[in-house]
Design a protein around this ligand. Structure first.
Ligand code: 13P
Length: 288
């Protein structure tokens, strides 16, 4: 199975009232964990790459070849999209030239006029190659952000302007943030989400910062048109906690437990389990 654009799987998710999980790659083990989780549950999946991880893992061409190689080697038959996460313009162009099947151009830090201009150009270049495009309006807050309790919120008018450029799916801040949520977090703003949805119609909407959001809010977000949910932190924590347990139980001192493959196997399995747990919550199981 060749890598696919994320457009069709997300249009199907909107029609079917579920969401497809976007899981961030961090290393080779995560490629294996996510592909096995998707295949085992017959779920479509989007594998996302931040700019930092793209550099760490050898650049876009290396990652494309690695992911496609694993798809072939593991006989993966479910749809897999390989997607740039929060791409800068130059990163998006690099990924388009190097085999990615989907890109996110994050122009949310630019004035809206510049965001529009650059997004338009990304849509032109990506669509010429059958690559799907995600755009962003109203940045997603993060741990260092000054407005953590609320998270940034998108302007619905701007969402409509970006949607009209022909993007395939749209990330809009609705109070969500990356990483761990603070105890005084106000929750997702469903009134804003409903307003955005009423202006963009059936365009699939994307929820970033999908880790550690209470399950009832995730279900409500899907009911309001969220069709792609990005998860990274919870999978990272699952990997690291499992690895910690491995050492705490002195498994590295047993037999060949010191080999890196044995050490990393625990984290890989925990990542896969977390991925399946999220797919269950998102409703994507059996949809491939
Ligand atoms: P979390 O790390 O909060 O799960 O967010 C992931 C994300 O939104 C990647 O774009």
């Amino acid at each position: 199975m060749k890598l696919v654009s994320a457009k069709e799987m997300l249009d199907d998710a909107v029609k079917g009232h579920y969401a497809v999980g976007h899981f961030n790659l961090n290393n080779m083990e995560s490629i294996r964990a996510f592909l096995l989780a998707a295949q085992e549950t017959k779920s479509p999946i989007i594998l996302g790459l931040s700019g930092g991880t793209a550099k760490y893992m050898g650049g876009y061409r290396t990652i494309t070849d690695m992911v496609q190689g694993f798809i072939n080697f593991l006989d993966i038959t479910v749809p897999v999209a390989l997607h740039v996460d929060h791409g800068k313009y130059s990163e998006v162009l690099d990924a388009i030239e190097n085999g990615f099947s989907s890109v996110m151009f994050d122009g949310s830090a630019y004035p809206i006029a510049v965001n529009i201009e650059k997004t338009k150009e990304v849509v032109r270049l990506a669509h010429a190659k059958g690559i799907s495009v995600e755009a962003e309006v109203g940045g997603i807050g993060g741990e260092e952000d000054g407005h953590i309790a609320r998270g940034e919120c998108a302007d619905p008018n701007q969402c409509k302007m970006i949607a009209d450029l022909g993007v395939d799916f749209l990330a809009a801040g609705i109070g969500n943030i990356h990483g761990k949520y603070p105890s005084d977090w106000e929750g997702l703003h469903f009134d804003l989400l409903a307003d955005i949805k009423s202006r963009v119609g059936d365009l699939p909407l994307v929820l970033h910062g999908g880790s550690l959001i209470p399950a009832d809010q995730i279900r409500e977000a899907i009911r309001h048109g969220i069709a792609k949910i990005n998860v990274n932190t919870e999978c990272q924590i699952a990997f690291t906690e499992a690895t910690r347990k491995y050492f705490e139980e002195n498994k590295d001192r047993e037999s060949k437990g010191f080999t890196p493959r044995a050490v990393l196997a625990y984290g890989l399995e925990a990542t896969k389990e977390m991925c399946i747990k999220k797919m269950e919550l998102f409703g994507s199981i059996g949809k491939a």
